[in-house]
Design a binder for this molecule. Sequence first.
Ligand code: NDP
Length: 481
Amino acid sequence: MQTLKNYINGELLEPVSKQYLDNYDPSRGKVYSLIPNSDERDVELAVKAAHEAFPAWSVTPKDVRSQYLLKIASLIEQNLDKLARAESLDNGKPLHLAKTVDIPRAAANFHFYGTGILHYAAHAHSMEDTAINYTLRQPVGVAGCISPWNLPLYLFSWKIAPALAAGCTVVAKPSEVTPMTAYLLSEICIEAGLPKGVLNIVHGLGPKVGNAIVSNTKVPVISFTGGTKTGAHIASIAAPMFKKMSLELGGKNPNIIFADCDYQKMLSTTMLSSFANQGQICLCGSRIFVERSIYDTFKADFVEKTKKLVIGAPLDDKTKIGAVVSESHMEKILSYVELAKQEGGIVLCGGKRAKVDGEFANGYYIEPTIIEGLPYSCRTNQEEIFGPVVTITPFDTEEEVMTYANSTIYGLASTVWTQDITKANRVAMNLHTGIVWVNCWLLRDLRTPFGGVKSSGVGREGGFEALDFFTEPKNVCVKLK
Ligand code: NDP
């Protein structure tokens, strides 16, 4: 059985405690590797390494930093098959998804920031002939980067790449549930010759390792993606220490379908926005609101297509729905189906644990599930489920659907389907979310600001926003006479 190691000061190390945690293959419900059960002593070593590497890395010329990032991007591309298989096995996602989305996107993150840093400029403010102000953007210091399990390497690299490009050194923690590709990334960084201490990866549990990173006084900037509850906990530690914080949190995204949409495009995209990655994407549209005149047609077509989705082993090419990430997460999702029934919901399809034969019989599979008949304000329609479960609800007027859409504590993303451009713009303007997709879903340009409002987070990732986050602006005012 493979035993993973921490990556600290350029080396692969055992945890100080010599203790390990089981790592599960969710497609079989079986332990298949061990990961370091690290604690604050390992974090202390990692922070020390990052702190010592910071002075040199922060003044390393941008084009040299860029070369390291581009080398890492290229090594990820060269190892696409190996990384995709590892991601699929560790997370339960279909191999095809890992191969076409997760791993290419991780490479793109390093490529994007490896080139982006070369174009990053600061401002100057002239006071005519009195003075000139120029703004320096200096790397903040050691960055703490903590990421979740749903898009493991994709989201891990989305934080690490801009931090390193900006000149910060990093102590990072992947989710304990999906550590494998972060471990493989440490091997890639060694191969790329990244200077020691610039990136450190500590494996282990959130309350131990994550907490130790967040509360360390030598880590002045925290970038976190995960659940809203964990985000609130992190903020309660980091805010009184006046750390810079970026929090990308949960969502309960509306998918609003007007009768005048391009129906076939909407239907095929709604299949993805509902069930891609077993619904475990923070951007999935889990509340589907459909204009009443097409509600019955949509319901029949959507249910029919959903019943045909092939549930199965992640490595099988035919699989569209793989395993959810863990047994406890599977139980949480199924408990929401029970709640929906108690709240008066009608399960139109799915709703149960799915059985897959042979060696996968103990895997954590859930049938893609569609529920109707629930009020917009019930718990099923207000709380994040984060699985292959969606609700469908008819609406009559735009005003009514805006009330439904904006009714949750979350505000991450939303999708709008209509051919009426004026209506699309008006609805986009009035939605309380950080991202609005019109007639598409998950179409990403890495230059755009990414993040949510309300309980979906604080701050934005993406583009120059991330470089702004990992740097501190300093205004220098020079009197001319
Ligand atoms: P969690 O909040 O449980 O965990 C996220 C990360 O935080 C993990 O690495 C976890 O470690 C760590 N962590 C847990 N407790 C602490 C703590 N006390 N201090 C510091 N770190 C801690 O989220 P999940 O991993 O369950 O991910 C799912 C959530 O992420 C969903 O709510 C989803 O919406 C959200 N998400 C948001 C995105 C966005 O961009 N807005 C994108 C993707 C997901 P460990 O796993 O080891 O416990």
